[in-house]
Design a protein around this ligand. Structure first.
Ligand code: SAH
Length: 280
């Protein structure tokens, strides 16, 4: 089988309108797109020995099937309306939230909750931030295409995907090994393979790739770690929630080598920014 090959697919869902399903084959770099009742194969190379099961249901346990159907899109449209009402104005940010289906980043059982404007628990007692918070922080970050952006706290990978969708070159670090491994693999499967994931303590930033045009911290910092300020390029922007119980959203602009300008934008609640790695 090679790139562009078409195969007939028998499905229990009858004739479906394109593009209903994207079938992702872990670690192969291949994606199958279901188009009406056939699937077309996009593959970088031939994969001898690779066979496709014609029975769609038998595909399910083998491959990750991510679906973005009219129900999801309807819920997402409503969420975007809510975000507009709450004051999100940046059209590029809203478009990115439209383009990245949030329900892919939550357990399948919680699909419906993915489009409520709420934070949601993920593995290891962490959480995927509330959509409003993701939108607001991204707006404050003012990301431009091709900029180098560092995210501290990969978590589910959702915020990283939003930054990637805005055209940024994304570097994201996570201190929880389980989350790092899971999100790294999942982002690759979803096709966000240019997002660079690191298992690292974000307190020290990511000096080998510094300086960064933008830095976003998605956990609550008691104080702003000096390495993050050092790794910000002149003209760069750092967005970080600072405080213990409740945090203030701080935007720091590095005006030049030695001058930093701080602004505060409302109160939020994040999981704590912790030092050291967690291999559990
Ligand atoms: N951006 C994430 C939200 C994750 S919650 C998303 O879109 O889903 C915050 C994350 O920050 C958690 O996964 C937590 O493990 C991580 N974190 C906390 N302290 C950290 C540190 N010092 N270095 C790297 N990641 C850290």
């Amino acid at each position: 089988m090679k790139s562009g090959d078409k195969v007939r697919l028998k499905t229990n869902h009858g004739v479906v309108e394109p593009p209903i399903f994207r079938v992702l084959i872990p670690d192969s770099g291949m994606q199958l797109f279901v188009i009406t009742n056939s699937i077309s194969v996009r593959a970088p190379t031939n994969r001898p020995g690779f066979t496709i099961h014609r029975d769609f249901d038998r595909l399910c346990p083998i491959f990750t099937i991510v679906e973005d159907n009219y129900k999801h899109k309807g819920m997402r449209r409503k969420l975007l309306e809510t975000l507009r009402q709450k004051g999100i104005q940046d059209e590029a940010v809203l478009q990115a939230l439209w383009d990245v289906p949030r329900h892919w980043f939550l357990d399948r059982a919680f699909e419906e909750l993915a489009y409520e404007d709420k934070a949601f628990p993920i593995d290891k007692d962490q959480s995927i931030s509330q959509p409003y918070t993701v939108a607001r922080m991204t707006e404050l970050l003012d990301v431009k295409k091709h900029q180098k952006v560092l995210e501290i706290g990969t978590g589910s990978g959702y915020q990283a995907a939003i930054l990637h969708q805005l055209g940024a070159r994304v570097f994201t670090v996570e201190r929880q090994r389980v989350l790092y491994q899971k999100s790294k693999a999942f982002l690759k499967e979803l096709g966000y393979s240019r997002i660079r994931c690191f298992y690292k303590d974000g307190m020290t930033g990511l000096d080998t790739y510094a300086p960064f045009d933008r830095i976003i911290v998605t956990a609550a910092a008691e104080t702003v770690p000096q390495p993050l300020l050092d790794q910000l390029a002149p003209g760069g922007i750092l967005v970080v929630p600072v405080g213990s119980d409740v945090q203030e959203m701080l935007r720091i602009i590095r005006v030049d080598e030695t001058t930093f300008k701080n602004e505060v934008f409302g109160q939020y609640r994040f999981v704590p920014f912790l030092g050291g790695l967690d291999a559990g």
